[in-house]
Design a protein around this ligand. Sequence first.
Ligand code: PAF
Length: 276
Amino acid sequence: MIIAKSRAEVKRYTEGETVGFVPTMGALHEGHGTLVTASKDDGNYTVVCIFINPSQFNNPSDFENYPINLEDDIAYLDSLGCDLVFIPKVYEVYRSGDDEGRYIHHFGSLETRFEGEFRPGHFRGVAQVVHILFEIVEPAMAYFGEKDIQQLAVVRALSSKLGGKIAIVGIETKREKSGLAMSSRNLRLTSDQLQKATLIHQCLTMAQSGFKSKSVVSIKEEVRLKFEADAEWNLEYFEVIDPQTFDPITVWAGPCRAVVAAHLGEIRLIDNIAIP
Ligand code: PAF
């Protein structure tokens, strides 16, 4: 596996290849592994980027405490058959002027609701770095996890704004046996919190099985009470949405998604589930 630190190295090694791209912020887990494996299975020369993107953090302490596990990440990617890992410094990704102009995108209500409301500027930073990385890596396909379902929608919108040449592939969320969605942030949970964190998936499955028979109002009330029962939780949102528009919906009329975000102590967790 090639370890590249500069744009020039990435260009050199990917020349003439059909690239499958997996952008990450490192602290890799099996969820990332499924993205890499999907890219390999699609026959791509697989490039993973590890870059903790400062422009997408609205909370400085979240950025400072973001877990870093570079040696393990490299060994894990090698074991998966990744072809190239790009580990750039900030100056290698961002050039002066990148904070304005063509890397700044707007996505209407998609960027201001749910994650956008609670993390102002987050999707602007995600779209900015993904656009820059797409220009460096020039992938044919790019892989993103469905755990960040709104990010996936933003990246799909970005790709079509850029001409739709890059196929965006969404990969199903990988879960622990407990149902907890795998996330780099789980590394910061204590064993007691890991136990408590299963509440998120319990609420999602409750909504999934109950949505056709119960009202959204009653499901949301049930969820709110469950989170309020433990002072360590702070529920930001729990909603059932149209997966295309992200508009909240009240009555089942076809496939939709339940989405949730909550703080468990210092750690912010998000998840979602399809309601077929
Ligand atoms: O999902 C992530 O890890 C990040 O938001 C991404 C897509 C790598 C952009 O920094």
